[in-house]
Ligand binder design. Structure first.
Ligand SMILES: Cc1cc2nc3c(=O)[nH]c(=O)nc-3n(C[C@H](O)[C@H](O)[C@H](O)COP(=O)(O)OP(=O)(O)OC[C@H]3O[C@@H](n4cnc5c(N)ncnc54)[C@H](O)[C@@H]3O)c2cc1C
Length: 308
């Protein structure tokens, strides 16, 4: 039986450690639970929102006046080198499970927090590997028709940090199947370890943040070339890191209340434990204005807003 909780503090469910209470909160562990939760929202005529790992959201200080559906469906099955996993499972669980079975291909994504559903929705990526790369299919609940549908990769319309699940909010990712590449367990684990070290060297991971606050923007040729000259790295598909622009625009280390733009990565907004959503929004507004004034570039948030 699915339990309905009331007035649940949401900040504990986010890596940013920010957010007020949910009027109602349900943790779902199966498709049946998910359908029950949606039925509850419909019956009470209240809005609902999906929350999984909470590693890419900014939740309002006032919380969410509706039902938060907390995804925890995490069953994992295997068929040859294909692994099917519930959307509420952690991405890291998938990569580790695969490694122990001598299956690799996703090692570059080691250390990305959050769930399978969150990774599929945002096409999470690191060091050149994107969620879509090994994905075979996604099982989706269409909340308009209550039907389960299977999407192949093409139907997911993946692009940089995006998919059809971002634009069509009626779809909920229920599970996903990935085709891994057979390899040697020890070599796969070593690669995972190397990637973790690389991530830690690049920027501290163990902080209260929502990861990158802004999406890396597409910029003009001049900015792309400046980035190449300064960093010795070519821009990818015309995009440069938002963090680089934020540094140049003087947002680096800027603080509003308990929220500060990161020292080693200005695109990570870090909560010192006292920060609020309001302060994060204020810092975001300053950041956007400075980058627009300096470079004529309009930054767009990568984090999803809940309750605003
Ligand atoms: C320290 C740190 C490092 C990070 N590094 C990276 C990185 O290297 N690369 C990268 O791409 N990202 C990175 N992120 C961002 C984040 O980890 C990813 O975006 C992650 O995939 C989000 O998953 P989640 O389960 O936490 O989603 P949540 O934050 O819970 O939700 C994000 C959005 O997805 C929706 N959603 C979640 N599950 C489902 C579902 N089953 N169906 C439909 N919608 C759903 C939610 O409604 C919400 O709109 C980082 C974050 C942190 C805190």
């Amino acid at each position: 039986m699915i339990v309905v909780k009331e007035n649940v503090s949401l900040k504990e469910y986010t890596t940013f450690n920010i957010g007020g209470d949910a009027r109602y909160f349900m943790t779902i562990q199966s498709l049946e639970d998910l359908r029950d939760a949606l039925h509850f929202a419909k019956k009470h005529a209240i809005p609902y929102v999906i929350l999984a790992g909470g590693s890419n959201v900014l939740i309002a200080d006032e919380g969410f006046d509706g039902l938060v559906i907390h995804m925890k469906n995490d069953i994992i099955t295997m068929d040859g080198s294909d692994i099917t996993i519930g959307a509420g499972a952690e991405l890291m669980d998938l990569i580790l499970f695969a490694a122990r079975k001598g299956l690799g291909g996703m090692e570059n994504m080691t250390g990305i927090p959050g769930s399978i559903g969150g990774a599929v929705r945002g096409n999470a990526a690191a060091f050149g590997t994107e969620t879509k790369d090994l994905l075979r299919s996604v099982e989706v609940l269409d909340t308009k028709t209550d039907e389960i549908m299977t999407f192949d990769v093409k139907k997911c319309h993946f692009s940089y940090r995006s998919s059809v699940f971002k634009s069509e909010r009626t779809y909920i990712v229920v599970n996903a199947t990935f085709s891994f590449v057979p390899g040697k367990e020890r070599e796969i684990e070593q690669k995972m370890y190397d990637i973790l070290s690389k991530r830690n060297a690049k920027h501290i991971q163990n902080i209260q943040s929502a990861g990158s606050f802004f999406i890396n923007p597409k910029v003009n040729k001049e900015l792309q070339e400046n980035f190449h000259k300064e960093k010795g790295v070519k821009s990818r598909n015309g995009r440069v890191p938002a963090g680089w622009l934020l540094d140049l625009a003087g947002v680096y280390k800027k603080k509003v209340g308990g929220i500060q733009a990161g020292e080693t990565h200005a695109n990570y907004f870090i909560n010192d434990g006292t920060g609020t959503a309001e302060q994060a929004m204020q810092l975001a507004a300053v950041a956007k204005t400075r980058v627009r004034n300096e470079f004529g570039v309009q930054l767009q948030e990568e984090v999803t807003f809940i309750g605003f």
